[in-house]
Ligand binder design. Sequence first.
Ligand code: UDP
Length: 365
Amino acid sequence: MKYDYLIVGAGLYGAVFAYEAKKAGKTCLVIDKRAHIAGNIYCENIEDINVHKYGAHIFHTSNKEVWDYINQFAEFNHYINSPVAVYKDELYNLPFNMNTFSKLWNIRTPEEAKEIIDKQRAEYGVEDPKNLEEQALSLAGKDVYEKLIKEYTEKQWGRPCRELPAFIIKRLPFRFIYDNNYFNDRYQGIPVGGYTKIVEKMLEGIDVKLNTDYFEFIKENPDIADKTLFTGMIDEFYGYKLGTLQYRTVRFETEVLDCENYQGNAVVNYTSHEVPFTRIIEHKHFEFGKQPKTVISREYSSEWKPGIEPYYPINNDENNELFAKYRELADKEEKVIFGGRLGNYKYYDMDKVIEAALEMVKTEL
Ligand code: UDP
C-alpha cells in the first residue's frame, strides 16, 4: 500500500501534521522508533500519577489560535508553573521577581530592588550583550546571576555562560511585582489526564507503526509514500555528511516514594553546581494530585552522543551555521520535508511546535 505521507516521529509535530493531513483527505503512515507515541510529551501512569517521562512539560502560549487548537484534544487545568530554586541552603522563588529580590536582599519595595539591581547592572552589565553571561548580568545584576543563573545554566548546557547564546535566558520573565508565574503567556495549563491522550486523539484512525527505525524501514519500503515528513535529527538524516550538530540530553532518575508530598511543588531547581542534577520534578503537583504515594524525577543533563535521545539543540553560532548548510540541502528536497525540534534544530516550546506544524500544513496541503 502506498501512502501520501510517511511521517517519521509520532511526537507533537508529526501528530498535528498527520491529523490535518487526514482531515484534508490524505493518507498517512506514522512511524516511530520508540515503543510509544507522543515523543517527548509522553506520560506514563505510575501509581495513578501522570509521569512526564521525558521531562516536565507545561503548556503555555499567547497564541489564541494555538490554544483553541490544542483544546480540541483535551481539557486543561489551571496549573500555573511557579518553580522554586534551591541554592546551597537558601530557597528562592522563580522567575526573577519581587519575591526573589525580597529574599535576596531583605527588602520590600520595587524601588529598593531597582536601586540594588541598577547599581549591579551599572557595574557588571554591558550595553549590547553578546552572550548569556553578559545578558544575565545586564538584566539582573551579579547576585541573581551568581546564585540563580550561572551554575544552573552551566550544568544544563555543559558550557561556560560566556559561550552560550543570550536568547536562552530571555525566555525567563523578570519583573518588579510579586508574581511567581514562570511564564508571561496569556494561556497556561496541564491537560487533564496527561499529554499522551492528546496525541492518541490526533492519531485516531491513522496507521501507526512503533518500534520502527526509519533508516531500516525505508530501505525495505522505498516506495511506501509519495512524501516524507521527517521529524528526527536533520544531520542524522543526511548521514552526518556535513558534520555533527550538537545536542544536550537529559537523563531521569525516577523514584516512587511512600509519602504523600515530597517537595511541595512540581518543580524545584537546584542552581548550585554542588548538586549534580538540575531539578527535581514531583509529577503529581501538575494535576493537584492527592494520591497516597508520590513520584519524583531527578534530572541530569549531559552532552548527547549517538545512541541516546537528543532533547535540546545547542543553538550557538557554530551549530547554527552547520544547520544552515543542512537546511540548504533540505530546501532542495522535493519529496522530504522537515519539522519539529530536531528537524528544524530549534529550541521550540510546544506551542511553537504546533504553530510551525500548522504553518507547514498551510504550505504543504
Ligand atoms: N535558568 C537559570 N536558572 C534557573 C532556571 C533557568 O539560569 O533556575 C536559565 C537556564 O539558562 C535555562 C534557561 O534559563 O537554560 C531556560 O530555562 P527553562 O526553564 O525555560 O528551560 P527548559 O524548561 O526548557 O529546560
